[in-house]
Design a protein around this ligand. Sequence first.
Ligand code: SF4
Ligand code: SF4
Length: 169
Amino acid sequence: MKQLRETDLGKIEALADIREDENIRFRTFLKGKNSEDVDEIVHRLHSEITREIDCTQCGNCCIELNPEVHSDDIERYAKLDGISTEEYKNQFCEKDEFEDNICFKNRPCRYLKGKECSIYEIRPQNCRMYPYTQEDRFISRLWQMLSCYSMCPIVFNLMEELKDEMRFR
Ligand code: SF4
Ligand code: SF4
């Protein structure tokens, strides 16, 4: 039977420090591979790992990240608070570092209750898709994956199992 995946956030963070150089080498190694072949393995690992790792027992991305929100989300959330969209944007949103997108500004996210999202059914698209390991073109998002490796158990386990599957070590 396959051993259980790592979900201890403290251990994952410590291993990310230890494996920083290895991960950069792995990124270079993957860059030379066929993108579709890598996606096929990544998608399979994504389904296996997400069956085992329960995001409702983690919630770390809701503590560590500021997801992008679209104007239709903002309208919906402003209504929940009984305020105008302008007021909502001023109080709870900010532009991202590139000044391109609007994101939630509170960390942890104000909708995180315990380890669960209190607006789960209407959460932003960015939250629905995170950590994007079900998407195509994994190789084109390797920097993003490396930045999520230390804080998201799905990404951590997927990268580690991908190293084995690709015979990186
Ligand atoms: S909206 Fe929900 S899923 Fe998205 S960051 Fe906030 S708590 Fe997490
Ligand atoms: S996506 Fe990753 S960081 Fe977010 S709750 Fe799930 S396992 Fe945790």
